[in-house]
Design a protein around this ligand. Structure first.
Ligand code: GUN
Length: 286
């Protein structure tokens, strides 16, 4: 068994991006990300802290707008986003999800200018992911991170029997589409899938993005499979766990991502890549 080491691969990616930022600054272009955080979810605070740290590491200007849940509503948030859309210094806009229940998420995401949508969550950017690899300009960062991690380890996706567990708009659906673009044979399972094990057990590549600790046990995984665990579940003791029972599943697979240190750091690095992609395109730099 070999670990798919997201820490190592992401730090190599970030080194390259840091050099690109220096190049851009020489051209007097200053990449800038604005993050909007509404409410006080501890998990969201941790995620945005990682994003801030990565921006600071590679030299991207980071700005965070914090709002209390009760002082924000859908209309006000959309007005804020429109201002950022029009601000020429802002190249990336990221609304940390989930939003509080009284804010209507689809309408908020729709307000983001697709060219500044570094999360790749707007219909426009997701639609492009639907077309082919050629149009994957700003794909969701987690999906891009998974592809880059598999590429780094030279895992061939063509014709690969692949099962994705989870069908969210931010991970399950886009990673399914990106694998399909690379000619994998893809099955996407969701919360209503009957006999999950009959699907996962066939997978040569298994991607799990559900958010349930220990969902995937060793009896559900084929010998020699490649397993990508997107889950980030925090236990009462504060320890992080994936969706896969790593201890037992890792004994029978060929490759597996650890949690932490697998997909998480790849997501952050690919968000940084998206920020630079957006910044370059907005400045007509190739
Ligand atoms: N919440 C969980 N994952 C993400 C992400 O990738 N981007 C944003 N904006 N919110 C999230």
């Amino acid at each position: 068994m070999e670990l798919l080491d997201g820490r190592k691969v992401s730090s190599e990616l970030l080194e390259g991006l840091e050099k690109e930022v220096l190049e851009l600054k020489r051209k007097n272009v200053h990449p800038h990300l604005t993050v909007i955080l509404v409410g006080d979810s501890p998990a969201s605070r941790v995620y945005v802290k990682h994003k801030k740290k990565a921006c600071e590491k590679i030299g991207v200007l980071y700005e965070q707008l914090d709002y209390k849940a009760e002082e924000m509503d859908t209309k006000k948030l959309i007005a804020k986003i429109h201002k950022l859309n029009e601000n020429p210094r802002v190249y990336g806009i990221l609304v940390q999800l989930p939003l509080p229940d009284h804010i209507y998420e689809p309408e908020v995401i729709r307000a983001i200018e697709p060219k500044k949508d570094v999360d790749g969550f707007t219909a426009y950017n997701l639609g492009k992911v639907f077309l082919s690899t050629e149009f994957e300009d700003l794909p969701p960062a987690t999906a891009l991170g998974i592809i880059k991690l598999l590429d780094y380890y030279k895992i061939d996706l063509v014709g690969k029997e692949t099962v994705v567990v989870g069908s969210s708009n931010i991970v399950g659906k886009p990673i399914s589409m990106m694998l399909l673009n690379r000619k994998a044979t893809v099955t996407t399972c969701n919360s209503k899938t009957r006999d999950l094990k009959s699907h996962t057990g066939r997978a040569d590549l298994l991607v799990v993005a559900v958010g349930k600790k220990g969902l995937i046990t060793e009896d559900m995984v084929k010998d020699g499979a490649i397993v990508v665990d997107v889950g980030i579940n925090r236990d009462d003791d504060g320890k992080l766990y994936g969706d896969v029972d790593f201890e037992n599943v890792s004994k029978k697979v060929s490759y597996i991502t650890p949690v932490p240190g697998g997909v998480g750091p790849m997501t952050i690095a690919c968000l940084m890549e998206n920020i630079l992609t957006a910044c370059k395109r907005l400045n007509n730099i190739n």
